[in-house]
Design a protein around this ligand. Structure first.
Ligand code: XIL
Length: 563
């Protein structure tokens, strides 16, 4: 059976039955090298030249034997979850208290672990006496605090790095209007790094933030700030990516690429506060997805030479900040409340051990991809997900173009959908997917989908639109940027982008385009200042959406036409 449909840009889509795809089946599997199941995480990490760390809380560290045993045995790096923050170390001006910080340092020294100091200058967990100071006194209080706290451990070889400033950005990439910024202006950031260098010349000095794991407005602002500070010889040595992830919001598939662009600035990068929360209750399928996220983060760090390691924000679900901070969510760590390992532990272990394990069972065959939003250079694909029973978890999917004997890998996706870009105009593509598990086993191929890209070039020629979810929360999200690119050879005079909002989602605002809706279909037209696009030029717009609480869908099917 062959069915052919036309999409709105005139591209043809048809689907083949499974028979043709099954003919492609030639699977060759390299023999798996068994990981040493008994070796602790730290041993594998050290063998890879990385650290694997955990945030430690002083309460369970002094009260719970199992906590101490795992903290010492499994991790070669630790971060104080709260004990080195300002409210703990200098609750009143000039009155320092290092009881918790020293307990963490002593534990690390006894167990041959490196310590990442967290954190010197932050808007949160900082006493009100600091927040109320006038500018000159606030700058002096900051200098004295950094000098005293970083200075205390400057000669301690276990203390290797500091988060000098934490969370200085808003989600849109502007500097956070914290009391630091409001009182001192942005110069407080450079000053903090200079004071820290003076206090501990040997420590790596880091800037740390959340929601900067993927390439987005916030991470790009951080990138630009780090580059500019270093150009001014401000001693920024390292960038921390907190990585507080949630399975319902999707994995930042460009994490490795993002880490690499920072590494290319000459800084060390590190994953500083990894946890992967889920909507409660826990179940086996959520655990498996969570394991995939952990594996992907560890693998991204392993793939980037300048990535020093991964710190997990806690040890056990018994003591995690998640349930207190995100109501209804939890189970974010690699040990459960009873200190038993979860699939996420195995994922971290096997990734550090080389990602092989003993799993030789491939995932099930994925569904036939469905193509949508086909333009002259891009197409969106989605397919029914595979499952994996071999123990290593499902790492993602490979997307292939069928071309005689030499099928080409068009892309990889961590989820059961992807958007292919860089396609050739006016060309027929036959595409299939194979699922990939954590041990590298590939499923048999799905059936193929065939689509034809639309013609390129010509006056008022074609364009593409791709939307990126910049940030999302329980009942809403921001898509920014929607990048509109002129892929033709003539200047465009005006463009029209359409996309589809999932059921129940409503527009809450937009910028840099005029949006109208018809049912769930949104039409975005260029405005006076961004409608003219030279060949290859791009512009962007953005919008915000309200959605039902707990729904995790985001828009799809972006198409672009001119005018
Ligand atoms: C959290 C701790 O885990 C909690 O115990 C505390 O109540 C609040 O702070 N970003 C950071 C960390 O940089 O310091 C935060 O830690 C989590 C978010």
């Amino acid at each position: 059976m062959l069915s052919t449909t036309l999409n709105r840009s005139g591209a043809r889509i048809r689907t083949l039955t499974a028979a043709a795809a099954l003919a492609l089946l030639t699977v060759f599997l390299a023999p798996a090298v068994p990981a040493d199941a008994s070796a602790p995480l730290r041993q594998h990490a050290a063998a890879r030249g990385k650290f694997i760390g955990a945030a430690l809380a002083t309460g369970p560290l002094s009260n719970e034997t199992q906590y101490r045993t795992l903290a010492a045995g499994e991790f070669n790096q630790i971060t104080a979850e709260n004990a080195m923050k300002w409210d703990a170390t200098e609750p009143s001006q000039g009155q320092f208290n290092f009881s918790g910080a020293d307990a963490i340092m002593n534990f690390a020294q006894q167990n041959d672990q490196q310590v990442h100091g967290h954190t010197l200058v932050w808007h949160s967990q900082t006493p009100t006496w600091v927040q109320n100071l006038p500018a000159t006194a606030m700058r002096e209080a900051m200098r004295n605090h950094i000098d005293t706290v970083a200075g205390r451990y400057a000669d301690n070889p276990a203390l290797v790095s500091w988060d000098v400033v934490n969370e200085v950005f808003e989600e849109n990439g502007s500097l956070r209007t914290s009391f630091w910024y409001n009182t001192l202006g942005q110069s407080y950031i450079a000053d903090a790094f200079r004071y820290a260098r003076a206090a501990d010349p040997d420590a790596r000095l880091c800037i740390n933030d959340y929601n900067v794991e993927g390439i987005n407005a916030k991470s790009t602002a951080m990138y630009n700030l780090v580059r500019s500070l270093r150009q001014q010889n401000v001693p920024v040595d390292c960038v921390g990516f907190q990585s507080h992830l949630a399975i319902q919001y999707g994995f930042p598939n460009d994490l490795q690429q993002n880490l690499q662009r920072f590494a290319d600035l000459g800084v060390q990068v590190r994953i500083t506060e990894l946890d992967v929360r889920m909507q409660m209750p826990r179940d086996a399928s959520k655990d498996a997805t969570q394991a995939t996220y952990y594996r992907n983060v560890v693998n991204a760090c392993l793939a980037v030479t300048a990535c020093a390691g991964v710190t997990i924000w806690g040890i056990t679900d018994r003591h995690s900040w998640v349930p207190d901070t995100f109501p209804g969510e939890g189970a974010a760590l690699i040990y459960n409340e009873n200190y038993q390992t979860k699939p996420a532990y195995t994922a971290v272990h096997d990734a550090l051990a080389g990602g092989t394990g003993n799993d030789t069972t491939p995932p099930t065959t994925p569904g036939t991809p469905a193509a949508s939003g086909v333009t002259s250079s891009s197409a969106s694909l989605s397919w029914a997900a595979s499952t994996d029973s071999g123990g290593s978890g499902l790492a993602g999917y490979n997307v292939y173009r069928e071309q005689g004997a030499t099928d080409t890998l068009l892309g990889q996706s961590a989820t059961n959908s992807t958007t292919l870009t860089g396609l050739t105009a006016d060309t027929e593509y036959q595409v299939y997917v194979r699922a990939r598990d954590g041990a590298g086993n590939l499923s048999t191929p799905s059936a193929t989908v065939t689509f034809e890209t639309s013609a390129g070039g010509g006056p008022g020629g074609p364009c593409t639109a791709t939307g990126t979810v910049q940030t999302q929360w329980n009942n809403g999200y921001v898509v920014q940027p929607v990048t509109v690119t002129n892929t033709g050879s003539a200047t465009l005079n005006g463009w029209t982008v359409t996309f589809t909002l999932p059921a129940g989602h409503t527009l809450a605002g937009s910028w840099n385009a005029t949006l109208t809706t018809s049912g769930q279909t949104v039409t975005a037209k260029s405005v006076s200042y961004n409608g003219t696009l030279a060949p290859n030029a791009a512009t962007s717009f953005g919008f915000q959406v309200n959605r039902p609480s707990g729904n995790t869908q985001t828009p799809s099917g972006y198409t672009c036409a001119s005018p």
